[in-house]
Ligand binder design. Structure first.
Ligand code: SF4
Length: 694
């Protein structure tokens, strides 16, 4: 029997058609899923190699010994309750994941913000797109993604800003390759000549962290050319004059901008002209833009250009933030981020009272909680007494990961719910709770275009593993809270959909028509984009020029170009950029199981330009030390002119088990964008040395 489900990897959210026999699985792309229309990338195609039970956590464990669910649940409930009673609600925290389903996220957020009464639930999505969230809120009044994948088919020009789509969102990239055949043009803004940049129409290999300068320069150029849509601005946009004044404060000539960005003026001129002449333009932005202390400013600068030209809410025209994880969007929607209450509502009095009423909650978080980096620092400083990590591996994935390990070691009580028994993070757990994995879970995810899809089970639950929403609900009930007596994911989803419609005063995140969905209809739910109306989904937002701000107008936000938080110097003269490789996912817990995926990049490597390698005697293929002020990694040198001189790239995936000396994130400074809390993974001062030299 074929089961239609959704891929667990990236934010494209491809539909997967799977046939299971015992634990064996064959997969194909779901031809009926609108995100991928039958395609799968290498990771999706290899799902069958990753669903074995080897290494799985199948039973609860306390201090390393097997325990019953009852014992483990009671212990977690007691330790969290004791910490709250003794030190207050902000002494506990959840750190959750874009791997969770929307139902899981909803349950965890309800427990933390509604019943424990703290905002301290944050998600690893903080690491991938928190800056875009803030930029959306500033411009549109809420975290609203304007466009849809169809816009990528319709656009005549697609700009990839810090987005190596060919590797990170391959199926979407293939979709655009089809559009290229009919004349769509691609401009790539990226310090690296990535696979996305290879063969594009124009690659702008900007100096690291000069994106704001480039986008501000584009807006200034558009104004000079008279290509601004004055009518659209007059009717729908505020703040244009403020942005114009900000631009006037520095030299915005093409030559000056090109010099600052380190690209040829003629190429920049070509890009600016192309943009001005192409109404159907989509500007994609992803980690390369977001993972920066200027992440919000970059998002705002991109959105400003689209608002000034009225290129939003129209077919083939929008700024488009693409998410990394399969359900990063679900976390943004339900309140999995410390900065949002739930359902895109903030912590204002009206929203707080509304959500408290809806939940019948005894208390409600009064203010946003700690964002990921601050949260682990609070753990390290002893302010957090009990921490629950769900479906993620912060000991590998957070910046300055050595400090995170220190935090986990010091924390009096660490719970980890995960499908894997041994990760770098479970090593610190006092209690391990076995969670269902992909292929066993049932629920929903939302992809980058706001499309909700079902993840359906292909296998029965192994051992004693349970759904995350149920684990949370059982702990909540054991803590003495009511309102967690769901018996199925459909019930959780119905409650979530009801919340989006509850006293809705114009919030676009609205699933109202699904609030009464029957169990059978939930099982059969077809992919649908929110807002959901009686007629169905909504592919494109802002088609009427109305936004979710109090006056309905979008806001342009003045942004100034700044350098990175930590400047290069003589001791550390290279800009270290960490990121993903084509065939691996996060910390290898799943893709590391598939031999066909390990072949592409079997070991840690560092890419560097010949001009940086040769003076140090570093040859291609040789072991190389990558050093920052926080530590060292050892990796194979890939000497290549795909890298800019002065910049190096180190993949993030390797863990203690796979390559303890090749871990990238212990090297990265935990510096964050002050508004989004997103870390600057794309710029840490570094140096390289041949391995023989210490
Ligand atoms: Fe999965 Fe993303 Fe590949 Fe689609 S593009 S198959 S969602 S990893």
């Amino acid at each position: 029997m074929t089961t239609r489900t959704a891929c667990p990897y990236c934010g494209v959210g491809c539909g997967v058609a799977g046939v299971a026999e015992g634990r064996a699985l064959t997969v194909a792309g779901d031809p009926a899923h609108p995100a991928n229309l039958g395609r799968l990338c290498s990771k999706g195609s290899a799902l069958g190699s990753t669903v074995g039970l080897e290494g799985r956590l199948l039973h609860p464990a306390i201090a390393g010994r097997r325990a019953s669910w009852t014992e483990a649940t009671r212990l977690v409930a007691r330790r969290f309750s004791e910490a709250v009673a003794r030190y207050g609600p902000d002494s506990v925290a959840f750190y959750v994941s874009g791997q969770l389903l929307t139902e899981d996220y909803y349950a965890a957020n309800k427990l933390m913000k509604g019943f424990i009464g703290s905002g301290n639930i944050d998600t690893n999505s903080r690491l991938c797109m928190a800056s875009a969230v803030v930029a959306h809120k500033l411009a549109f009044g809420a975290d609203l993604v304007p466009g849809c994948y169809e816009d990528l088919d319709l656009a005549d020009l697609v700009i990839f800003s810090g987005h190596n789509a060919a590797w990170t969102h391959p199926v979407l990239f293939r979709r655009m390759e089809t559009a290229r055949a009919r004349g769509q043009r691609h401009v790539v803004i990226d310090p690296r000549r990535t696979d996305t940049a290879e063969g594009c129409d124009l690659h702008l290999p900007i100096a690291p962290q000069t994106d704001v300068r480039l986008w501000n320069g584009l807006l200034a150029d558009i104004i000079r050319r008279g290509a601004v849509d004055r009518g659209y601005i007059a009717a729908h946009v505020s703040g244009f004059a403020d942005v114009e004044a900000e631009l006037a404060g520095s030299d915005q000539s093409v030559h000056a901008v090109a010099a600052d960005c380190g690209v040829p003026a003629a190429d920049l001129e070509t890009f600016y002209r192309l943009f001005a002449e192409t109404p159907r333009t989509v500007s994609l932005f992803s980690m390369g833009a977001n993972q920066s202390t200027q992440g919000v400013a970059k998002g705002s600068a991109i959105i400003n250009v689209h608002l000034a030209t009225g290129r939003i809410g129209k077919p083939g025209a929008c700024p488009f933030s693409i998410t990394g994880q399969p359900n990063a969007m679900g976390g943004r929607e339900t309140g999995g981020m410390a900065t949002t209450l739930a359902g895109h509502m903030d912590f204002d009095d009206v929203a707080r009272a509304r959500v408290q009423r809806f939940w019948g909650a005894p208390t409600l978080a009064a203010a946003p909680g700690l964002k990921a980096v601050d949260l682990f620092e609070a753990v390290r400083e002893g302010r957090i007494k009990a921490l629950w990590v769900m479906a993620t591996n912060p000991a590998v994935s957070l910046p300055d990961a050595g400090r995170v390990r220190e935090a986990l070691e010091r924390c009096p009580f660490v719970v980890v719910s995960d499908c894997m028994a041994e990760t770098d993070t479970t090593a610190f757990a006092h209690v391990k709770l076995p969670a269902l994995a992909w292929g066993e879970k049932s629920g929903t995810v939302t992809n980058s275009e706001r499309r909700i899809s079902r993840q359906r089970p292909l296998f029965p639950a192994p051992g004693e593993a349970r759904a995350d929403w149920r684990i949370v609900a059982d702990v909540a009930t054991a803590m003495g809270f009511e309102g967690f007596d769901w018996t199925s994911p459909a019930q959780v989803f119905r409650e979530w959909a009801r919340l989006t419609a509850y006293e809705n005063d114009g919030r676009m995140l609205n699933l109202g028509p699904l609030a009464g969905i029957t169990p059978d209809a939930y099982e059969a739910l077809e992919p649908v984009q929110w807002p959901v109306t009686a007629e169905g989904g909504t592919p494109r937002l802002f088609t009427d020029g109305r936004f979710q701000t109090p006056d309905g107008r979008a806001r342009m936000v003045p942004v100034a170009a700044r350098g990175p938080a930590e400047a290069l110097d003589a001791a550390y003269p290279l800009a270290l950029n960490t990121g993903r490789v084509r065939d691996h996912w996060h910390t290898l817990t799943r893709t590391g199981l598939a031999p066909e995926l390990c072949r592409h990049a079997p070991e840690p490597y560092v890419e560097l330009h010949p001009a940086d390698a040769e003076p140090l005697g570093i040859a291609d293929g040789r072991l190389t030390r990558v050093q920052t002020r926080r530590g060292e990694a050892v990796a194979i040198a890939r000497v290549t002119d795909r890298q800019r001189p002065g910049a190096i790239f180190l993949p993030l995936h390797w863990t203690e088990a796979y390559a303890p000396n090749g871990r990238a994130n212990p090297l990265v400074a935990a510096r964050v964008d002050s508004r989004s809390g997103q870390p600057e993974f794309k710029h840490t001062p570094a140096r390289v040395r041949p391995y023989r030299e210490t």
